[in-house]
Design a protein. Sequence first.
Length: 585
Amino acid sequence: MSLVDGLRIVLPLLVLAVLAVPVGTWIARVFGFVPGESSWTERVFGPLERLVLRVARVDATRESGWRRYALDVLVFHGVGVLALYAILRTQGLLPFDDRGLDGMSPDLAFDTAVSFVTNTNWQSYAGETTLTIVTQTVGLAVQNFVSAAAGLAIAIALFRGIARKGAATVGNFPADLIKATVQVLLPLSLGIAIVLVGQGVPQTFASGFVATPIEGDGTTNFVPVGPVASQIAIKQLGTNGGGFFNANAAHPFENPTPLSNLIEWMAMLLLPFALCFTFGKAVADTRQGRAIFAAMAILFALSLSGALAAEWRVNPAVAGLAVDTTHSDDAVGGNTEGKEVRFGTIDSVSWAIATTSASCGAVNAMHDSLMPLAGLVPLWLIQVGEVVFGGVGAGIYGMLLFVVLGVFIGGLMVGRTPEYLGKKLDAFETKMATLGILLPPVAILVGTALAVSVDAGRAAVANPGAHGFGEILYAFSSASGNNGSAFCGLSANVPFFNLALGLCMLVGRFGVILPVLAIAGSLAAKKRGAASLGTLPTHGSLFVVFLVAIVLLVGALTYLPALLLGPIVEHIDLVGSAAANGGGS
């Protein structure tokens, strides 16, 4: 790989790291973590926020404890599932549909409604041929905003719980949700959407147009379009990932140029990067935010390097064939099967790592076509909870669960009561952190085991053997990790998978949110003590390495047997088959 290729990866990451500091500080101002300083969005969007609060009859000054906060979260999302389910089932009866599209089947509507409400955006359908404009905008785009805003609100509640002393409240969920939507997601999405329109992404309420091919017998084709730019902006920024088109960001209407590809890639990571620094401002110790950012950055760098190394090497199955494997074209290079040649191997692999570390799920290439070990990396990133920056809010509160676990283990090692930022961590916080870390893996492994044990699960696999197992493992990992990307050789639009994956999405979302809020409430009620000689510092390089090791260890112990049955065995089979055939097949 050339120096230019390396700079194509490193420079955007450096730009994001630089942007993350002011953006993180801005979000801290939005939520009042910087005393005496207001944000520019308060002056511009504050009137709109207050209008929404009045219409919704929300008193932003009234805060609640973690139990009421959690109840509000569950009720809001429950209503969201029912509302979106109703839209999906009845879309054929709604106005502005000139294509005669029918409503979804009950099982697919359930799967899709749960998917978008939980910020998973798993799609077992082609959006451009299945959904109406009303469904795409009123149904899906609205959930893109509020599901991301809910994740941000829960992270803010946890920040408050850690920062406050002797408090009985962690915030007001409806008020936090509205503030996150109006003052954070809306202004950024507007800016990104305008740029994407300038790059050629459609933004229209027309359902499509008729085109006559330049070559052919004069037969016309219907080309679907719609309000694409606005939905792409929030699906990237909010780490939602659900594409307007079935090909997602590999479609030229969603991602027409190299610049749009770069903007959408950076949008996935902007808020997850920034929230590390918001956390530092919230707890009045910027070193804590930098330490978490450093741990995430190390894991991201290791993942990206490993995936690029695996995908850039020549496929053993073609190494002995009479084909050009010199990678003379740096823009394409590597293994190009399943990739959009406009972007090539580097941009495709870096996108795959970003979308699975940021809990987004948007794709600009076919993950199913990655080399086995390259495909293992995004799969593992999902499985560890997508805490390597993670989704909006979800990444930082997921990593803080690992921080609690790391502090507990560190306390045992030095023989002292575990403390984090002056607050002693008792059995309750440790149990809640363990519960939040382990519930998604239970859903992943139990769901995968069930799918390979029943006829309905095995019948959906088009690729038998290790790769087929990997497709099922990826599906349940993506659902339970609230990611939404897939190894697409699996025919998942059947009642078994629609119901099973939908249930896993609920476990993966709320099985983490509820323990996080419980920890927030418990820590908010505690007093803060002074650090002693036995206190484990959580802002230095030693703790950063320790935190990285904890994430790697938990991921290895939990998933290594399953990964051995899938990508690792597939890699061994590929190398062995190539060797048996003299280097080619």
